[in-house]
Write a protein that binds this ligand. Structure first.
Ligand SMILES: Cc1ncc(COP(=O)(O)O)c(C=O)c1O
Length: 429
């Protein structure tokens, strides 16, 4: 027997090795990582350069507690990250995962308003569908029925007013105007922030609003005194073909940017919040301390991994690669759509792409979920890893498959992905 508490009752192959876009299990089977795990392995697997830097860091300074020290590696990384993201005066609050980062952003927004003398602001407006994490605060913020419903007795719903998903039929600015009505209904003087995924990931199949949405949403937030928070845990760090996905539809500077996943690309647990100078100043010039913290925050080995991953991203021009290989993959997915009527839509930005699956007879979602899981299972049997999801329609109905290989994938490997997907769709549907 195993002593491992698995994520589900299904059987799991045992991974033993990974390199580039491939992982191998203990039976010697090879899997093409078509989803970078869960959109994590942005620079590909098995980079000796990253391992060497982490080993050096672990030998020199493995840990220094954030209540006692900053570290040279953290100072250096924060400066590089701020430059890469073109957020020169934002400050990095480094943590270990996307959920921790969103918890931090939510609490920071709350404290910011209290410091400024507006203690009545606590609500955080988010969208349906959305996914911001598994911890209770981040889950309360999420609009994802399937992952949330078990825990609703623990959630105070009035604290999390919900905005409808972006409407592709509307101009971005008009679409964002719908935020105004949600703020008005919630009582704008009680709202601390609006939190959204610029390109929605797990919950809504790489859906993005039209250009102009985020800039207008940020303006509305400013008008009402709320912070604008971009959750770029999945869509950020170049994955969508720009350092930040929020910039795809026009220039905008969020008050807080939440990062994770691709930040250290799976080499170590690393996530973070980039907070504006205004927010940082309000806290430090007010009570003088962020009333929040995690033991492993800013872990030197994780931060060292993030630093070298960022070097690789820049040196190998992987943000541009995400645009090029993303265009190739999207074109191939559109070909699959033409051949498989159960593929209702192929969409996304850069290398955050998705197939929306549904009933060709009605052109809408299947009555019950499970189809995306089936396609993913067959694709995995054929040696391709994908990230299946459900619930984009109403939290339950709606099947989709996220595709997001490492940004370092080659043109030939993209073709291999498409061949396996084609066969898997044919077999599973
Ligand atoms: C947009 C977004 N935010 C937050 C999270 C939570 O991150 P983590 O699983 O690292 O806690 C995820 C995870 O899928 C995500 O996609």
């Amino acid at each position: 027997m195993s002593n491992v508490f698995y994520r589900s009752a299904k059987p799991y192959p045992v991974a033993v090795r990974a390199e580039g876009v491939f992982l191998w299990d203990d039976a010697g089977r090879r899997f093409l990582d078509g989803s970078s795990g869960a959109l994590v392995a942005n620079v590909g697997h098995g980079r000796a350069e990253v391992a060497a830097v982490m080993a050096e860091q672990a030998g020199r300074l493995a840990f220094a507690h954030g209540s006692q020290f900053s570290s040279d590696v953290l100072e250096d990384y924060a400066a590089h990250l701020a430059r890469f993201l073109e957020l020169p005066t934002h400050r990095l609050w480094a943590v270990s995962g996307g959920s921790e980062a969103n918890e931090s952003a939510i609490k920071l927004a709350r404290q910011y308003h209290v410091e400024r003398g507006e203690p009545e602001r606590y609500k955080v407006v988010t969208r349906v569908p959305s996914y911001h994490g598994a911890s209770l605060g981040a889950l309360a913020a999420s609009g994802m029925g399937a992952r949330r419903e078990l825990y609703t007795p623990l959630i105070r719903e009035d604290a999390w007013p919900k905005l409808a998903r972006p409407d592709p039929a509307l101009r971005g600015e008009a679409d964002a105007e719908r935020l105004r009505a949600v703020l008005e209904a919630a009582g704008p003087e009680t709202v601390a922030a609006f939190l959204c995924e610029p390109v929605v990931g797990a919950s809504d199949a790489a859906l993005a609003p039209n250009p102009g949405y985020h800039a207008r949403a940020a303006e509305i937030c400013r008008e009402y005194g709320a912070l604008f928070i971009a959750d770029e845990v999945m869509c950020g760090m170049g994955r969508c073909g720009a350092p930040l996905a929020v910039q795809l539809g026009g220039a905008v500077t969020p008050d807080l940017v939440v990062l994770g996943k691709g930040l250290a690309a799976g080499y170590a647990p690393l996530a973070g919040v980039m907070a504006s100078a205004e927010v940082y100043g309000a806290v430090m010039n007010g009570s003088g301390a962020f009333k929040h913290g995690f033991t492993y925050a800013g872990h030197p080995v994780s931060v060292a991994a993030g630093r070298v991953v960022l070097d690789i991203l820049e040196r190998e021009e992987l943000v541009a690669a995400a645009r090029e290989r993303g265009a190739q993959l999207l074109a191939g997915l559109r070909d699959l759509q033409a051949r498989h009527p159960q593929v209702l839509e192929a969409r996304g930005h850069g290398l955050l792409l998705a197939l929306v699956l549904g009933d060709p007879a009605t052109g809408t979602a299947y009555p019950a979920p499970g189809v995306a899981e089936r396609v993913a299972r067959v694709a995995k049997e054929r040696g391709l890893l994908t990230y299946p999801g459900s619930g984009a329609v109403d939290g339950t109905r709606g099947d989709h498959l996220l595709l997001g290989p490492p940004l370092s994938i080659s043109a030939d490997e993209v073709s291999q992905m498409l061949e396996i997907l084609d066969a898997a769709l044919g077999e599973a549907l």
